[in-house]
Design a protein around this ligand. Structure first.
Ligand SMILES: Cc1cc2nc3c(=O)[nH]c(=O)nc-3n(C[C@H](O)[C@H](O)[C@H](O)COP(=O)(O)OP(=O)(O)OC[C@H]3O[C@@H](n4cnc5c(N)ncnc54)[C@H](O)[C@@H]3O)c2cc1C
Length: 250
């Protein structure tokens, strides 16, 4: 059976793995290598930092969201291109190490030139922007999600399912949450500010998240009506742990 290894479960990798499963079904095994077992919806991290969202909202379980993908928790440190092998962090690292500097140049269909079987997308890739000749696409979740879905379909097409197409996406505008009741956005070129921009921004991110939407909406509603909760009980791990002083008091 064909095995496809996706490195990294960010916006690009997550959507690539999901598109591959949908396109190829049981005919291929999709393996996803990622240091954690959750997808992190990065654009909402500022809302976590501001105490609006519980940190758990922006972490979507990978096994839960991608049940047909084989998750391999780990960090890739070696990519052996001729051998088509990817080595994890916990494997002995005496093999040849291939490192890439900057973004990987890719063809419009997201394949890496001269490296059959290797594809790249998202922030790690310099993807030609077909809507702005001579430019590459910006490093945004908007592009990463769509490139992930496209690369999944193109890999499936290379395996005989569907049609290979170039990545093309016209920027739909920006959305920025400025805190409080403020925002800035220009969806489809319409300039917005203040509360309307905030509603558009939050609505966009809610629709773009692959999971936890209802919980995120509830966190926001709670924050908007009751204000921020400044106290928090949490788990403290590893080096952050302060040893309890068991010496008798003087
Ligand atoms: C605070 C913040 C706010 C942002 N807000 C917005 C916004 O509002 N709108 C917008 O469009 N964009 C926003 N961005 C940018 C957007 O988040 C990125 O463009 C997008 O996440 C890129 O997706 P990606 O999949 O390419 O990379 P990432 O999301 O960075 O995912 C990379 C994945 O690969 C894994 N990984 C890394 N190295 C290895 C390895 N060696 N082995 C295995 N796995 C590995 C990582 O753990 C991670 O899961 C924001 C970014 C930040 C930091």
């Amino acid at each position: 059976m064909t095995r496809i290894v996706v490195v990294g479960a960010g916006s690009a990798g997550f959507n690539a793995a999901r598109a591959l499963c949908r396109q190829l079904g049981d005919s291929a095994e999709v393996v996803l290598v990622n240091p954690s077992d959750y997808f992190l919806y990065v654009p909402l991290l500022p809302e976590v930092a501001a105490g609006i969202l519980d940190p758990r909202r922006v972490a979507v379980s990978l096994p839960g969201a991608l049940p047909d993908v084989r998750l391999a928790p780990g960090t890739v440190h070696t990519v052996d291109l001729p051998g088509k092998a990817v080595t994890y962090q916990d494997v002995d690292g005496h093999d040849r190490t291939v490192t890439y500097h900057g973004r990987l140049m890719v063809e419009p269909d997201l394949s890496v030139p001269g490296q059959p079987g290797l594809w790249a997308c998202g922030d790690a890739a310099a993807v030609p922007d077909l809507t702005r000749p001579g430019e590459v696409t910006a490093m945004t979740a908007q592009h990463a999600q769509r490139q992930g879905a496209r690369v999944g379909k193109n890999i499936a097409a290379a395996l005989g399912r569907g049609k290979r197409k170039p990545y093309r996406h016209r920027n739909l505008g920006f959305v920025v949450d400025l805190g409080g009741f403020d925002g800035a956005a220009d969806p489809l070129g319409v300039p917005l500010g203040g509360f309307p921009a905030k509603v558009v921004t939050r609505g966009y991110h809610l629709s773009a998240m692959p999971g936890n939407r209802v919980r995120t909406a509830i966190d926001r509603a709670e924050h908007a009506t009751l204000g921020a909760q400044t106290q928090r009980l949490d788990l403290v791990r590893g080096k952050q742990v302060i040893p309890l002083d068991t010496d008798p008091p003087n």
